[in-house]
Design a protein around this ligand. Structure first.
Ligand code: NAD
Length: 423
């Protein structure tokens, strides 16, 4: 993956996608004005004591885009490229996502600009706890609920939970466990949350394959990003008999036309930290990965990967967007012209926020659902969202990304009209 893409504003991409949908559906101009802005943008600078005794300053963000449909909801990212532009974009996509899959959440996102790969576990813990403390009452179980994203996981959610609860009056603590989702199961997390995003990606791929008459048994796929989303999507597709033929992550790219065992690769990555050097495949490069002929490509890493420059390379039937914002508007145009189908991020990767909603509900009700219940509820939500987007694409004779936006914007427009604008 090249880093030149970083110069492109991701938030500008969101604006272009939004305007295209708003024009087509003739979104009320007042509501358009409201939704084109974020509501709150919190930026915090905070000190952390590092292992060598030095005090380092960190910058963290939380952007709350919209809470018309419910409390702000969205992940936290730890990455050197995190900035306010990226967090604004990711927060806005969260609003659309919840609207599409019909869950009572708004959109938010946050992150800290730093490289967690060079920190010790105790430094990560102190950075996380100090960030949570700095955010203070800007997050809360009925107000703004973080979750995992790139380079954050269940352990980090547990530290956020513990820090948040420790700063609350003792008699309210038990009632606040839903301040964060994606927690370890023992700490109040939901079964199925770890695989939820990958599972949702695979549910939408199944629907697409059924409609296209493609048998997933024997179908080929390539994946960019082999973290939570990429590895789970790969493992769940393997169960259909599909063949993973190339993978790329931050450490490099690998390929094997005979197939790469996604479970074995997951174990390898857990031990080594990346796909590089995996003995069951040969080393390849970024460009070759993108040009690999396959049925399905799953981008599951960062934004702006499929662009005017790289979209012409793709030789697949479907791009299933596990990542947020992997395709920029120029890339979209090229894929559409080439006749490559796209399952847009705000539909395809919504499984994570759906199961986060289930976790939040279980915490509120002091319930604990079994995996079958979580999976079947997730399946229902994903399949009905898929059908809504498909039908809207037909109704407006448009691409699926624009259709997905229209599904969300229609819902938001309706609620704004019902409630009116205060005062
Ligand atoms: P993760 O940190 O678990 O994994 C990220 C993966 O991307 C890693 O394999 C990493 O090596 C790879 N990567 C990073 N930089 C790269 C580079 N320069 N080139 C190639 N690969 C690179 O993160 P995740 O939770 O799997 O998130 C991946 C994407 O999915 C992000 O866009 C995220 O916003 C989106 N997403 C995540 C969730 C979730 O529940 N975790 C939900 C919805 C969307």
């Amino acid at each position: 993956m090249r880093d030149a893409h970083r110069k492109t504003s991701v938030y500008e991409n969101v604006g272009k996608q939004f305007n295209k949908a708003a024009d087509l559906m003739r979104l009320d101009p007042h509501i358009r004005r409201i939704l084109s802005k974020t509501t709150n943008e919190i930026s915090v600078n905070f000190p952390v004591k590092m292992d060598d005794g030095r005090i380092k300053m960190f910058t963290g963000y939380r952007v709350q885009h919209n809470d018309t449909l419910g409390p702000y909801k969205g992940g936290l990212r730890y990455h050197p490229a995190v900035d306010i532009d990226e967090v604004r974009a990711l927060a806005t996509w969260m609003t659309w996502k919840s609207g599409i899959v019909d869950i009572p959440f708004g959109g938010a996102k946050g992150g800290i600009q730093f490289d967690p790969c060079v920190c010790s576990s105790s430094e990560l813990e102190r950075i996380t706890r100090r960030f949570t403390f700095a955010l203070g009452c800007n997050i809360g179980p009925e107000y703004d609920i973080p979750a995992p994203d790139v380079n954050t996981n269940a352990q980090i959610m547990a530290w956020i939970l513990d820090t948040y609860l420790s700063t609350q009056p003792p008699h309210t603590r038990q009632a606040n466990r839903h301040v964060v989702t994606g927690k370890p199961v023992e700490a109040g997390g939901s079964l199925g949350r770890d695989k939820a995003t990958g599972q949702g990606v695979v549910f939408t791929i199944e629907e697409w394959a059924k409609e296209k008459g493609l048998n997933l048994d024997g179908a080929t796929y390539t994946v960019q990003g082999f973290g939570n989303v990429g590895s789970w999507a790969s493992r769940l597709l393997k169960a259909h008999g599909a063949k993973l033929i190339a993978v790329e992550d931050a450490t490099g790219a690998i390929a094997n036309e005979k197939g790469i065992d996604a479970d074995d690769l997951t174990n390898y990555v857990a031990k080594t930290g990346g796909v590089k050097g995996y003995p069951g495949a040969k080393e390849t490069d970024h460009k070759t990965l993108l040009s690999t002929k396959a049925d399905i490509f799953i981008p599951a890493a960062l934004e702006n990967q499929i662009t005017a420059e790289t979209a012409p390379l793709l030789q697949v039937r479907l791009v299933a967007e596990g990542a947020n914002g992997p395709t920029d508007p120029a890339g979209d145009d090229i894929l559409n012209k080439k006749g490559i189908d796209i399952l847009p991020d705000i539909l395809c990767n919504a499984g994570g926020v759906i199961v986060s909603y289930f976790e939040w509900l279980q915490n509120k009700r002091s319930e604990f659902w079994d995996l079958g219940e979580v999976d079947s509820k997730l399946y229902k939500k994903m399949v009905s969202a898929y059908a809504r987007v498909r039908d809207t694409a037909k109704e407006f004779n448009t691409d699926w990304r624009t259709a997905a936006y229209i599904v969300a914007l229609r819902r938001l427009e309706k609620v704004y009209k019902e409630r009116g604008i205060f005062p």
